[in-house]
Design a protein around this ligand. Structure first.
Ligand code: NI
Length: 138
């Protein structure tokens, strides 16, 4: 195991109070554990994984009445068919759709596709989540 290092942080008191409330609700025994998890999550989603093969999901909510949006989302996914493993679509209400796209591929390439989709007009909300087994995927 790597050497344990202690560090200090300067934070807004209110921010820390909110943080403590949330992590207590989530069942964390202490702040260090929660901060460690956040740092790991950040590293997974950022520079560490750029050239690695990863699994990821992209969750989006969009308005299917927006002209060309549905067609464009389908076109992007077909263009990346070797990386898109599955997509699940739920009709949330009269005009909104929820879609979860499950992908596997090079991190940089999946991130690019996610950013392209998330920035489209009519995509109201979304989140790209990277996951890992802790080892390299192939
Ligand atoms: Ni729908």
């Amino acid at each position: 195991m790597a050497e344990l290092v202690r560090t200090g942080l300067s934070l807004d008191g209110k921010l820390l109070e909110q943080f403590d409330k949330v992590i207590a609700r989530k069942g964390y025994q202490n702040r260090s554990e929660a901060v460690r998890d956040l740092i790991r999550e950040y590293l997974i989603s950022e520079e560490e994984t750029e050239n690695k093969t990863i699994a990821a999901t992209l969750t989006i909510v969009y308005d299917h009445h927006r002209p060309n949006l549905t067609e464009e989302l389908i076109r992007i996914q077909h263009d990346a068919h070797s990386q898109v493993l599955a997509a699940t679509h739920v009709h949330l209400d009269h005009s909104n759709c929820l879609e979860v796209i499950i992908m596997k591929g090079k991190a940089a390439s999946l991130k690019r596709m996610a950013d392209q989709i998330l920035s489209m007009r009519g995509v109201k909300n979304g989140k790209f989540v990277v996951t890992t087994t802790g080892k390299d995927l192939h």
